[in-house]
Ligand binder design. Sequence first.
Ligand SMILES: NC(=O)c1ccc[n+]([C@@H]2O[C@H](COP(=O)([O-])OP(=O)(O)OC[C@H]3O[C@@H](n4cnc5c(N)ncnc54)[C@H](OP(=O)(O)O)[C@@H]3O)[C@@H](O)[C@H]2O)c1
Length: 241
Amino acid sequence: MKGKVTIVTGASMGIGRAIAEFLAEKGSAIAVFDVTDGAETVRAIEAKGSRAAFFPVDVSDSSQVEKAVVAVIDGMGRVDNLVNNAGIRRDKLLVRMTEDDWDQVMRVNLKGAFNCTKAVVRRLMKTGGSIVNIASIAGLTGNPGQSNYAASKAGIIGLTKSLAKEYGERGIRVNAVAPGLIKTEMTASLSEKYQETLVQAVPLGRAGEPVDVARVVYFLLSEYAGYVTGEVINVSGGLYT
Ligand SMILES: NC(=O)c1ccc[n+]([C@@H]2O[C@H](COP(=O)([O-])OP(=O)(O)OC[C@H]3O[C@@H](n4cnc5c(N)ncnc54)[C@H](OP(=O)(O)O)[C@@H]3O)[C@@H](O)[C@H]2O)c1
């Protein structure tokens, strides 16, 4: 990771922040792309002696993404890795789901990854690089009340596998991580009862911490995974195998 620059989307909090901090500890400079202020993530990384910068970006807007990637190259000198982590959920049963609920989730979770990948891939084709997409076990299992979210995450897996085949010969690896229940703002709003039921079904007996995901993202980005592409690694404590 030393000397590399990694873009992490949705890195102002939660899993994205943990990924940003973990990669920074391993020596990468971090570009934080988020709609929420990323100053705290940047301060935490700088306190560890690494380089970071915040770019206010809505990943669903291709022109914002393109401009931010140009700003990363101008300001940080290069880009080597991309972590498509930004995501939202708008859970409802299908009968109550509005077109807007569907579109918002698709725009951020799936089109966001498309936008960011498209903006960096030509640059990575010259240098090689690595991309990790944050999916979800919901994209593999489906979930009642999450048809939009699960479809977006299944889409992420299809995107990952396709791009791995499209850009492998250019030295770009593309993999995905599928987390289970991880303790973040996103899951804080789930009822305690539902969280308890889920945890009871987790063989490792606990909800995941954001750093549990960050460690696997690091592995996939690093040379340790130099012969790994097009894969999905579940980080769910065994909830889904
Ligand atoms: N937590 C889990 O149990 C779990 C499980 C499986 C998969 N995941 C996936 O892991 C990823 C991170 O989840 P998390 O739990 O860390 O979520 P989180 O705590 O809600 O953090 C997500 C971050 O992404 C930002 N974001 C939202 N929309 C964006 C956009 N259009 N452009 C740029 N940034 C945007 C959010 O800003 P705002 O807060 O302002 O929206 C927030 O800072 C997501 O893709 C999620 O689907 C999470």
